[in-house]
Design a protein around this ligand. Structure first.
Ligand code: ATP
Ligand code: MG
Length: 594
């Protein structure tokens, strides 16, 4: 279907006045110092994420407002108010202190999206410890690698995860002195208390004091350790500091448009940076109510949550949207969620088709935004008050200066490209508070990410004449074919326009004549089956839209594309499999795709 290039917005018709209505003026007036002053901080210039996120609201008289609503299958939702969250995180901080843990020490949390995880993260931050939430579906090896890299002294996990993924490997975790176990249903059926060498977290919490004076951490004290998604290679450990909260605050306001009365749902797991920056910190900084669901993706369940929880702002990922698209519009029609007013997405390029699907099926277009584990917070975004150009990541947020650069392969010299629509590497001017401060134990790699005051993102993009940024592909994924540079995203988006295609992944396959040949993999929507006629139809469709030089020469169909556990298509794996090469690090590969 032919659609216009722009989705027009009329801000006056929006149900809530957006926090950002004049892009240029807000950018001009913005400074990180002012944003930091809005948070307030602790006496003596100290700044602590957890104090800002939780206790500040209690001090301001909003303690009874619901901070989290935890959902789990077959259970009544559990609500935690800001005051209760303050008390529980205090208790947790006291538990750690009682074990001799102090500032700067590393605490790992391995749990599903259960209340204890959120309490542990915030309590660790209050103590000035460095916290790293791990994705609970990881196997023993990725867990051990990350804990060892971070020299974790404490591990908080559930009884069942401990037995399945840690107990037998405990000897390899030489830095871990304390394991705090969250008793779960399986434990309750056992007798004999916590396994040897572990503490029962609930028992320790029950006797811990409810008061705790939050540590006066400095703005640049290390606070969080996040591992990247492992899409392009082995995951890297990105170090973040307490002042990252200033970015979370500003981006929560502008990019997610959070207002105090909102019910917000970030579907990401805290094992990925999105699930911490926007599943924990940003919504708390804004004093909103967050919905947390402990279950995995389920289209029916998700629509039911939007309806029953009266979600007003929803932050999700392209992979989830593609899955909803795959199922079709009928299911959506069975639910009503009139409170939903803003939908945003991150993690992968969002195909124009998905933005339109939002507008047509959800009733709201989806707002793509771009950032990375390394940037700690949203950098480029589509905002509620502004027109969307489907396929574009939007514009840099206030306080963020982006540009497109060319790097001379021989000399390494950088040139900033001012001409619109020219492709190059996306770079950011350093100075935003949530910029990562190190790749843990990999100083050289960290240094290589910077040139002067520019941070080089490793992503290729272009900026149009209106200042909108368009993702081209990761530098590693770009295909060089007969002298052209081809971004997989453009090819994938065209394939997705075809009614049969649910997802597409495009790679460059070595070719003696053209250097690399464009090869596509697709999976199909419900009700379609793969055959020669469809293959030809897709080849023809792509050729018509993209021209012969850019269109794929080969298309194969897979039941599903290999994805990271955070839902990103792993093109490097499609390529390795196609070429019969070693698969490399697959620690973040989704179950079932191995
Ligand atoms: P690794 O660095 O380990 O290979 P990763 O880059 O996928 O993994 P993340 O930090 O989780 O790890 O992801 C950031 C990357 O995801 C970005 O650099 C970009 O390539 C991609 N990305 C995120 N959001 C968008 C978006 N809106 N549009 C296009 N790409 C995006
Ligand atoms: Mg990356």
């Amino acid at each position: 279907m032919q659609r216009p290039a722009v989705i027009r917005k009329s801000p006056a018709e929006l149900p809530v006045t957006p926090n950002l209505t004049d892009y240029e003026a807000t950018r001009a007036a913005f400074s990180w110092e002012t944003a930091r002053a809005e948070l307030g901080g602790l006496p003596g210039g100290a700044l602590n994420i957890a104090w800002e996120a939780v206790d500040r609201h209690v001090a301001a008289g909003r303690g009874s407002h619901v901070a989290f609503r935890f959902l789990a299958r077959d259970r009544v939702p559990l609500e935690l108010s800001y005051a209760e969250l303050a008390r529980q995180s205090n208790r947790f901080a006291n538990v750690l202190r009682g074990l001799g843990i102090g500032r700067g020490e590393r605490v790992f949390v391995l749990a599903g999206r259960i209340p204890e995880l959120y309490v542990a993260v915030l309590g660790s931050l209050k103590l000035g410890a460095v916290v790293s939430p791990l994705f609970s579906a990881f196997g023993p090896e990725p867990i051990a690698t990350r804990i060892n890299l971070g020299a974790g002294r404490v591990l908080i996990t559930t009884g069942s995860l401990y037995r399945r993924k840690v107990e037998r490997w405990r000897a390899q975790l030489s830095s871990v002195e304390h394991v705090l176990l969250i008793a779960d249903e399986q434990d309750e059926q056992r007798s004999g208390g916590a396994p040897a060498g572990t503490h029962d977290l609930h028992a320790l919490m029950a006797v811990a004091a409810e008061e705790f004076e939050v540590e006066r951490t400095a703005a640049d004290d290390m606070a969080l350790l996040h591992f990247t998604s492992g899409t392009t290679g082995a995951p890297k450990g990105a170090v973040h500091v307490h002042e990252a909260a200033v970015t979370h605050w500003a981006t929560g306001r502008y990019a997610l448009d959070l207002h105090a009365a909102d019910v917000f749902w970030c579907t990401a797991d805290p094992g990925w940076v999105t699930g911490t920056s926007y599943g924990i910190i940003a919504p708390l900084l804004h004093g909103v109510t967050s919905v947390v669901d402990s279950e995995e993706f389920d289209a029916e369940r998700w629509y039911a949550i939007l309806e029953a929880q009266q979600v007003s702002v929803w932050y999700t990922a392209p992979t989830a949207i593609r899955m909803l698209m795959k199922i079709g519009p009928d299911l959506r029609a069975a639910y009503r969620f009139p409170d939903l007013r803003f939908v945003a997405s991150v993690g992968e390029p969002l195909n124009p088709e998905a933005v339109w699907w939002g507008a047509e099926v959800l009733g709201l277009p989806i707002h793509d935004n771009w950032w990375q584990t390394e940037t700690g917070g949203i950098m480029i975004a589509n905002l509620p008050a502004f027109d969307i150009k489907p396929g574009s990541m939007g514009r840099p947020l206030p306080g963020v200066e982006a540009c497109i650069v060319h790097r001379d392969e021989q000399t390494g010299a950088l040139t900033v490209i001012d001409t619109p629509d020219e492709e190059g590497e996306l770079a950011l001017r350093r100075g935003w508070p949530s910029m990562f401060r190190a790749y843990l134990h990999n100083e050289e790699r960290y240094r290589k990410c910077f040139a002067g005051d520019l941070y080089l993102t490793g992503d290729l993009a272009r900026r149009d004449a209106d200042g909108y940024y368009w993702f081209v592909g990761r530098a590693d994924d770009v295909i060089k074919s007969a002298g052209h540079l081809i971004g997989p995203f453009e090819v994938e988006s065209v394939l997705m326009e075809h009614g049969a295609v649910a997802e597409a992944g495009v790679i460059g396959k070595p070719d003696p004549v053209v250097g690399e040949m464009v090869k596509a993999f697709v999976s199909l929507k419900r009700g379609y089956s793969w055959n020669e006629a469809l293959r030809k139809e897709l080849l023809g469709h792509a050729r018509k839209k993209l021209g012969a030089a850019v269109a794929p020469k080969e298309i194969d169909c897979l039941p599903a594309l290999p994805r990271t556990r955070s839902g990103k298509i792993m093109r490097r794996l499609l390529k390795a499999r196609e070429l019969g090469l070693p698969e490399g690090d697959t620690s973040t590969l989704e179950e079932g795709a191995k």
